[in-house]
Design a protein around this ligand. Structure first.
Ligand SMILES: Nc1ncnc2c1ncn2[C@@H]1O[C@H](COP(=O)(O)OP(=O)(O)OP(=O)(O)O)[C@@H](O)[C@H]1O
Ligand SMILES: [Mg+2]
Length: 355
């Protein structure tokens, strides 16, 4: 049994605050200091006024909800806090809040390496920004970060900034997307020698000790396969849903299934928003209407059907996608191209799914 923030928050939605009739998550009463350490769970509930007649009963109900809906054996420790005055709230808001309900966290994953996760994550982030959303992009591929190259940010070195009494990392900002990657802190050849726990801690820091500000979408480019890094992400963040990227050939499909299983197993239970078929067909630049199904036709579409999942989009294999990635100019910046259209439509599909 593994505890992670979403499980706890889902359990807490069962608790109503009698003062407003809303559940305590919806009412913004669960503080962002939620911590999980093995089976230990601690957080504060923020009450609007002091004293509050409902305080005791809400805390009891929250404990009971976690035991009933998350884990019987959880050791729950809840402290009580009261709404602070406005000046203090500005400080709190400017920090990343993992229980900030407005921000949708989307993990882009695959079972197999090299199928286009980073390409999809980068273009999805740019597409959402183009649609007017506030977007953060986290490169969680600590052992092989590629987001710095895809955004032409290989030389970016993040600075620190004092917010209240916290020193926070300042994300890069490009084309309306706030970006952090381990690649900003280490040389690529160093990243591979990291030990697991060190990588996990560094990743946590990029999430919780960075000045992400207020975001509508937080896109995570995850490493290939299923790893400790995925577990760290699930334990540090409340992931709204996962997008699984695959190419249509059989070997990739088998791995895509593993990617789906990682999120869907009953311990983790993170919704799969759907599958993306990348390199769905090849279209040569000089014959833009021709489609060559070099990896097989509709493999991901059929997998989606057999798993009862949604096919979110099909992205063709086009030389310019690869070139634009290498040049640090995601293809979606040029909305005239059919691939950019495919990414924009993927983004708008996700905006109504990830609610
Ligand atoms: N639709 C596409 N058309 C052409 N090239 C593509 C397409 N999608 C991805 N590529 C290229 O394929 C290569 C692998 O893509 P990418 O780095 O996005 O995959 P990944 O799944 O993130 O890989 P890794 O598992 O190593 O993190 C890159 O060079 C990228 O530019
Ligand atoms: Mg990648």
């Amino acid at each position: 049994m593994t505890l992670y923030p979403k499980l706890i928050l889902d359990a807490l939605t069962q608790v109503k605050y009698p003062g407003s009739g809303q559940n305590i998550v919806e009412a913004g009463m669960v503080d962002d200091n939620l911590r999980i350490d093995g089976m230990k769970v601690s957080f504060s509930i923020i009450f609007p006024k002091n004293p509050d007649p409902f305080q005791k009963s809400v805390v009891k109900a929250a404990e009971a909800a976690i035991h009933t809906f998350a884990a019987k054996e959880a050791e729950v420790s809840i402290s009580v806090d009261y709404k602070k005055d406005n000046s203090q709230q500005t400080t709190d808001n400017s920090q990343w809040s993992m229980v900030n309900n407005q921000c949708k966290v989307i993990a882009v994953s695959s079972g197999k390496g090299g199928v286009g996760k980073s390409t999809v994550a980068a273009n999805l982030a740019v597409a959402l920004a183009k649609l007017g959303y506030r977007v953060g992009l986290l490169d969680a591929d600590v052992f092989g970060p590629s987001i710095p190259t895809m955004f032409d940010l290989e030389d970016y070195r993040p600075m620190g900034e004092m917010v209240g009494d916290h020193q926070l990392i300042v994300p890069a900002e490009k084309w309306g997307v706030k970006i952090l990657s381990i690649g900003f802190f280490v040389k690529p050849e160093q990243a591979t020698v990291w030990r697991g726990p060190m990588a996990s801690n560094a990743l946590k820091q990029l999430i919780t000790e960075a000045n992400w500000g207020e975001l509508d979408y937080f896109i995570i480019d995850t490493p290939p396969g299923t790893s400790d890094i995925h577990l760290t992400l699930m334990q540090t963040l409340s992931i709204t849903g996962a997008v699984i990227v695959s190419t249509p050939q059989k070997v990739a499909l088998a791995d895509a299934r593993k990617g789906v299983d990682m999120y869907q197993n009953d311990k983790i239970n993170i919704p799969i928003l759907g599958l993306v078929e990348n390199m769905a067909w090849f279209t040569p630049a000089e014959l833009p209407d021709n489609k060559y199904y070099i990896f097989g036709r509709d493999g991901v579409k059929q997998l989606a059907e057999s798993l009862g999942l949604r096919l979110l989009g099909q992205i063709p294999l086009v030389q310019s996608v690869c070139e634009s990635g290498d040049q640090g100019q995601p293809i979606t910046l040029d909305p005239a191209t059919p691939v950019a259209q495919a990414f924009l439509s993927l983004a708008s599909t996700l905006t109504y799914l990830a609610k």
